[in-house]
Design a binder for this molecule. Structure first.
Ligand code: SAH
Length: 211
């Protein structure tokens, strides 16, 4: 394993308050390897530099770990598995459902779960508009899916009554938060410090207001 990369990942995770085991770090690199292999044929990610993948993909995903609530988590529009795969690796006790409309992405994700032996991950191919899960989710996470008003339209029905929606954003999306209609409200906006990432990151916590 590349030692420098391992040090950067484990130090970065530590700065996020996570003590990453050797096994989990190994799974993270295995994931990046598969992403690299598949990206040669399918365009799965625009971030291909190994250093950038650690910051933009792994650490960025892990930066919302402390805001997850409950056991049932859904990653809406997961793409190549972000933030769902890194979060599922560090949290084997939680169940993660990764949803994407594009079959080439979910085929890749099936390969990832098989190779990494991730037993806490379910993959769903389909549009969020058509997705009718058996149980609702405690937390919906979404990165780079849609502006907030569209995001609640796409994922609002997936939330349990006291569930939360964690929307990962770049700059503080003040304008988008004002465009949220009833019954949605912003509980918090947290500024994220992603180790090694020189860009503003935020997570917006959206809840359904009691009527
Ligand atoms: N979350 C990933 C991918 C972002 S790109 C990341 O941050 O890297 C947005 C992804 O959402 C794409 O993979 C696209 O296929 C998926 N997507 C967009 N609209 C969707 C919808 N209505 N239902 C399901 N998936 C959708």
């Amino acid at each position: 394993m590349k030692t420098d990369a391992l040090i950067r990942l484990t130090n970065g995770a530590a700065r996020l308050g996570l003590s990453l085991s050797e096994d989990h770090a190994g799974q993270m690199f295995e994931y990046l390897n598969l992403l690299g292999e598949w990206s040669r044929t399918f365009n799965l990610t625009s971030v291909t530099d190994p250093d950038e993948q650690i910051t933009h993909h792994l650490l960025d995903s892990l930066s919302i770990r402390c805001y997850l609530a409950g056991d049932q988590i859904v990653d809406a529009g997961t793409g190549a598995g972000l933030p769902g795969v890194p979060l599922a690796i560090v949290d084997p006790a939680r169940q993660f459902t990764l949803v994407d409309a594009r079959a080439k992405k979910t085929r890749f994700l099936r390969q990832v779960t098989r190779t990494l032996g991730l037993e806490n991950v379910e993959i769903v191919t389909g549009r969020l508009e058509d997705y009718r899960p058996h149980t609702r989710f405690d937390t919906v996470v979404a990165r780079a899916l849609a502006p907030l008003p569209r995001l609640v339209e796409l994922t609002g029905d997936l939330l349990a009554p006291d569930g939360i929606l964690l929307a990962m954003k770049g700059r503080d999306p003040v304008k988008e938060t004002h465009e949220l209609g009833e019954p949605w409200g912003v509980r918090d906006t947290h500024r994220l410090e992603v180790p090694g990432l020189r860009a503003e990151r935020h997570v917006v916590v959206i809840v359904k207001k009691l009527t």
